[in-house]
Design a protein around this ligand. Structure first.
Ligand code: TUI
Length: 314
C-alpha cells in the first residue's frame, strides 16, 4: 500500500504514530519507524535537553525517517522550534495551536511540516504557510481535540486543500484506514492503538485500562478552559468535570487541578489521580502487540476491506 505520503515522507506504509504527550518517546517512535510507519517523538511540555536526548536515542534505534511533534501550548515551544532545526529533524507534526510563526524558518531548513488541523479554515491557512500535508483530526481522538467528527472533517479538508490529507481520530484498525482512504485521505495517524505497543513504555496499568475500555469509556473535560481533552472515564475525569461545572471554581483552580495528571497516568499508573488520555477507538484495542504486528495487521485488514467493497457496488 503506497500512497502519496509514503513517497513524500519516505515511509513504507501510510501510518503515522500520534505525537502523544509523555508517551511518544524514542522507544515507541523508533519501533514504529522500523516497522515502516512514521514514528513521532512528542516534545509535549518537555524541556529542550529532554527532547534532544529522545531525538538522539531514536537515531540509535532506527535509520528510517521519524518526526517530532511540537505541542504549541508548551512553555518551551520557542526553544524546541530552534532545537529541531539544530538537530536536523526532517519531519514535524504540530498540535494544540497554530505553528504559523515558526513555519518560515522550518521550511527554509528543509523540514516537512504536517500540522494537525481541526477545521478547513485552519487547513487552508497551513497550506498557505507552506505545510507539506495536514492531519485532519476529528473529536474522536484522544487528548486535546477539536469540535468536528473525523467522518465530517476529513472529506471537507480534502476538498479545501491541494496538499495530502492524513485522517486521525477514532481510527484503530484496517477498516479505519480503508475508510480514511475512501474519504480522500492519503493515510492515517493513530495514537490510541499504539498506546499498547510492546515498545510503548507507559505504565502497565495504562495499557490494561486501554485494553479493558469499551466504546463508551471515554469522556471530554476542559471545554471551559478552551481546550477540551478526551480521556478514559476515571475518578480524575469525573472530579474534573464536577469542578468544571462548579461556577465558583476559577479557571486557575481548574488548571491547577489538571496539572500533572497525564504524567501520573503515564509514569505511575495512578488510577485515582491520573488522566488516561485515549480516543474513542479504545474499544477496538484488544491486546498488546509489537509496533510491527500492529502496523502489519492494520495494513492487511485495510487491503481485505478495500477488496471486499466491490461486492456492494456490483
Ligand atoms: O494536540 C493534540 N492533542 C494533544 S496535545 C496534549 S498536551 C495537553 N494537555 C492538556 C491540555 C492541553 C494540551 C494532549 N493531546 N492534538 C492535535 C490537535 N490540535 N487537536 C486540536 C488541535 C488544534 C486546535 C486549534 C490545532 C490548531 C488549532 O488552532 C486554533 C487556535 O486558535 O490555535
Amino acid at each position: 500500500m503506497n500512497t502519496i505520503i509514503c513517497s513524500m515522507l519516505g515511509i513504507k506504509y501510510p501510518i503515522i504514530q500520534g505525537g502523544m504527550a509523555w508517551v511518544a518517546n524514542a522507544s515507541l517512535a523508533g519501533s514504529v519507524s522500523n516497522a515502516g510507519g512514521l514514528g513521532i517523538i512528542a516534545a509535549a511540555n518537555a524541556p529542550v535537553d529532554f527532547v534532544r536526548e529522545e531525538i538522539r536515542k531514536t537515531r540509535e534505534i532506527t535509520n528510517r525517517p521519524f518526526g517530532v511533534n511540537i505541542m504549541l501550548m508548551s512553555p518551551f515551544v520557542d526553544d524546541i522550534a530552534r532545537l529541531v532545526i539544530e538537530e536536523k529533524v526532517k519531519i514535524l507534526t504540530t498540535g494544540a495551536g497554530l505553528p504559523s510563526k515558526y513555519m518560515k524558518d522550518w521550511i527554509e531548513a528543509g523540514i516537512k511540516v504536517v500540522p494537525v488541523v481541526p477545521s478547513c479554515g485552519i487547513a487552508k491557512k497551513m497550506e498557505r504557510s507552506g505545510a507539506s500535508a495536514v492531519i485532519a483530526e476529528g473529536g474522536e481522538a484522544g487528548g486535546h481535540i477539536g469540535e468536528l467528527s473525523t467522518m465530517a472533517l476529513v472529506p471537507q479538508v480534502c476538498d479545501a486543500v491541494d496538499i495530502p490529507v492524513i485522517a486521525a481520530g477514532g481510527i484503530g484498525d484496517g477498516r479505519g484506514l480503508a475508510a480514511a482512504l475512501m474519504l480522500g485521505a492519503a493515510g492515517v495517524q493513530m495514537g490510541t492503538r499504539f498506546l499498547v505497543a510492546k515498545e510503548c513504555t507507559i505504565h502497565q496499568t495504562y495499557k490494561d485500562k486501554i485494553v479493558a475500555a469499551k466504546d463508551i469509556d471515554t469522556m471530554t473535560t476542559g471545554k471551559r478552559l478552551g481546550h477540551p481533552v478526551r480521556a478514559l472515564k476515571t475518578p480524575f475525569t469525573r472530579a474534573f468535570l464536577k469542578n468544571e461545572n462548579d461556577c465558583f471554581k476559577t479557571l486557575e483552580e481548574l488548571e491547577a487541578f489538571g496539572a500533572g495528571a497525564l504524567r501520573k497516568a503515564v509514569m505511575e499508573g495512578d488510577e485515582r489521580a491520573g488522566c488516561f488520555m485515549a480516543g474513542q477507538s479504545c474499544g477496538l484495542v484488544k491486546k498488546e502487540q509489537t509496533a510491527k504486528e500492529i502496523i502489519e495487521e492494520v495494513i492487511d485488514q485495510a487491503k481485505i476491506t478495500l477488496g471486499g467493497v466491490e461486492k456492494w457496488v456490483r
